[in-house]
Design a protein around this ligand. Structure first.
Ligand SMILES: Cc1ncc(COP(=O)(O)O)c(C=O)c1O
Length: 405
């Protein structure tokens, strides 16, 4: 997108979606994942309109990976009919609300890794005289003597752990084991080139390499063993944006989950496998103040990403070039001062600074809509609305009055 020639739809901060970059990213995901089915990670998209848009343009689309039970209900209400809720839930009411959709044929699968998860699902299902589908979350981390390379989520790492949980599952007649997920977070979601931590790059590369071997072995052998025990697995899910080539090539995997690759937020700039993807979403701030020579101040900006605190969690200035954030103030709650380097073109009150969030879906928690820009041709978006200036917009979860955790 040629930011120099685009005037944002509003003089207030707003969120942007570059449709040409989004199309580029959709095509690239489709190319890289063609060997398997594609599931969209809703937490990294957080817009029903965008989910529909990606779905309509992805031949191998099979369904969504949701992040909460009440969100799953919202997705079913909005016409999606194949959902894997990837994080265990204790929200019985929302689980129960999905039954009117599964009764009519929608597929809804719940994640488990502990007896408590299974027992709760079994109880809700019993109360409503239905069967619920469950998925085992296999922990794909690589624990080393002084370093845990991976994410601490699931309690299931070995066949022994799985066997112990299966004993509980067998005692719960209202649940049916149909799926397995093995998400290799340390390969798919960890960047090699984090600002200020470049000394770690060779170690991260080496650990990723070693970890891939372990992931292949563990996921494959657990899936093979379950099949031998006569579990007819309908799906084996793996991967994420940063591991598309690796995960799609794994024999046991039937589907890959992808989310962040579509918006390509700033954190993914630091990841080696993501270099062909284009930044497709962000926010634009109006310059409202000029406190001194060489400094401008924008309205808004304080959209910091979740995760371990660090330089990789703050937004980045995307356009114009040669602006830098003041270390003492950072991206502020309602105002963000920026230093202008001598190489920058003149910036005045009323101009705009285009920025990108460090993570994908979190951007949408701050805006009601994404304003869609396309430089060549009109935008055909089945589900888009229009703003006051006639620009197409896609509503975010927040714009739909929804807030899920
Ligand atoms: C279970 C699971 N699968 C897949 C992903 C990949 O998502 P993304 O493509 O947005 O990195 C994530 C992200 O955290 C996840 O938690």
């Amino acid at each position: 997108m040629d930011f120099a020639h685009i005037v944002p739809s509003s003089n207030a901060p707003s969120a942007w979606l570059d449709m040409e970059a989004l199309d580029h990213n959709i095509n690239l995901v489709n190319q890289k994942t063609q060997a398997v089915n594609l599931r969209l990670a809703t937490k990294s998209i957080r817009s029903i309109d965008v989910l529909h848009y990606i779905k309509d343009n992805s031949p191998n689309y099979v369904g969504l990976m949701s992040y909460a039970a009440d969100e799953s209900v919202f997705l079913l209400e909005n016409g999606f009919d194949n959902i894997l809720c990837a994080y265990p839930t204790l929200d019985k009411d929302s689980v129960a609300q999905t039954f009117s959709y599964t009764d009519k044929g929608a597929k809804m699968v719940w994640m488990v890794d502990r007896p408590e998860h299974v027992e709760i699902l079994n109880q809700v299902a019993k109360d409503h005289a239905v069967i619920v589908e469950i998925c085992l979350d296999i922990n794909m981390s690589m624990p080393l003597p002084k370093l845990y390379f991976g994410s601490k989520r699931s309690a299931l790492m070995s066949k022994k752990d799985v066997k112990a949980l299966l004993k509980i599952i067998k005692k719960c007649p209202q649940v049916k084991l149909t799926s397995v997920m093995g998400y290799e977070a340390q390969i798919a979601g960890l960047a090699e080139h984090v600002p200020g931590k470049t000394l770690l790059t060779p170690a991260i590369r080496l650990l990723k390499h070693r970890s891939k071997k372990q992931v292949s072995q563990r996921r494959n052998s657990i899936v093979a063993w379950l099949k031998k025990q006569d579990y007819a697995l309908e799906l084996v899910n793996g991967g994420g944006s940063g591991s598309m080539d690796f995960t799609s090539s794994q024999a046991e995997v039937t589907e890959i989950t992808v989310g962040s690759a579509y918006y390509k937020p700033a954190y993914f700039d630091y990841m080696e496998t993501m270099q062909e993807f284009k930044p497709a979403a962000g926010f634009v701030l109006p310059v409202t103040r000029h406190p001194e020579k060489g400094v401008i101040t924008c309205h808004g900006g304080g959209f910091i990403a979740s995760g371990a605190v660090g330089a990789d969690k703050i937004p980045v200035v995307h356009y114009p070039k040669y602006l830098s954030i003041l270390a003492d103030e950072g991206f502020g709650e309602v105002q963000t001062p920026m230093a202008i380097d001598k190489r920058a073109t003149a910036i005045n009150i009323g101009d705009f600074v285009w920025c990108r969030h460090a993570k994908a879906g979190e951007l949408n928690e701050h805006f009601n809509e994404l304003v869609c820009y396309r430089q060549s041709g009109s935008i055909t978006i089945a589900h888009a609305s229009k703003d006051k200036k006639g620009l197409k917009t896609m509503m975010t979860y927040r714009g739909a009055g929804q807030c899920f955790h």
